[in-house]
Design a protein around this ligand. Structure first.
Ligand code: FPP
Length: 243
């Protein structure tokens, strides 16, 4: 039986979040430049997206560029931004074919103008698609996101639009970049690193975490299916007992 055949379709995660790590190390291992790793990382993105669609999982979020990634050499940053723009253009037919809505979270105003333009055009073109929401975290840092939500709430209180006593977890979550998507049930990280790296800190509160030693360019839909199978073996209690 294949991994996919073993998956219980009645107990799928609704939202999978991924930290795509190891592009640089994978390329270096082959004696190539880091950007070669990112280019091959795009193939793994396609595999993951198609695997997500095959299973019928409605939300996929990918950590494509962190707020800390701006500190990388300018050449690498530029190459990543160019790769993003070209991938968005190239993958639009796939988004239409599979009814995928593109979404983006992060400090998008810090991205190069052509990148912002490509993003908003692709988001507009796919806004009515309903099968899967693909969210790209770009110039994203979770602490910055939480601070942003806090400042929004503080402003609303100052304006007299909100009472301190009325601040709830739900209302706070509505001020995060992820306000219109559910919290992830499963978080996958590649490259043998066991960290969250400032990714969706609020939203991952109850997520199952799954790690693999594979580098991101080596990740295939079979790995995704294995992660989902392992997820299904775990007992999620949300802090309660199992009785
Ligand atoms: C981490 O590997 C990967 C990134 C910082 C970028 C991820 C980007 C892509 C996969 C390509 C573009 C994405 C889309 C959505 C089209 P790393 O460079 O940190 O690897 P290392 O830890 O080995 O240095």
């Amino acid at each position: 039986m294949t991994y996919k055949e073993k998956i219980d379709n009645s107990n799928l995660p609704k939202h999978i979040a991924v930290i795509m790590d190891g592009n640089g190390r994978w390329a270096k291992g082959l004696g190539k430049l880091r950007i070669f790793g990112h280019q091959n990382g795009v193939k793994a993105v396609r595999e993951t997206l198609e695997g997500t669609i095959e299973l019928g999982i409605p939300y996929l979020t990918l950590y494509a560029f962190s707020s800390e990634n701006w500190h990388r050499p300018q050449k690498e940053v530029q190459a990543l931004m160019e790769l993003l723009v070209s991938s968005l253009t190239k993958e639009l037919p796939l988004f239409h074919k599979h009814n995928i809505r593109l979404n983006a979270i992060g400090q998008l105003e810090d991205l190069p103008v052509d990148c912002q333009k490509a993003l908003s055009q692709t988001m507009d073109a796919t806004r009515d698609h309903t099968r899967c929401t693909l969210t790209l975290a770009l110039s994203y840092g979770s602490r910055k996101e939480i601070l942003h939500a806090t400042k929004t709430i503080a402003q609303e209180i100052q304006n007299g639009q909100l009472d301190i006593a009325d601040i709830t977890e739900e209302k706070f979550a509505k001020r995060l970049y992820t306000h219109d998507i559910p919290d992830p049930d499963l978080m996958i990280r590649t490259s043998g690193e066991y960290r969250i790296s400032n990714y969706l800190l609020w939203q991952l509160a109850y997520a199952e975490l799954w790690f693999t030693d594979k580098m991101w360019p080596e990740f295939t839909r079979e790995d995704l299916f294995l992660a989902v199978l392992d997820y299904q073996k775990r007992e999620r209690r949300f802090g309660k007992t199992s009785e």
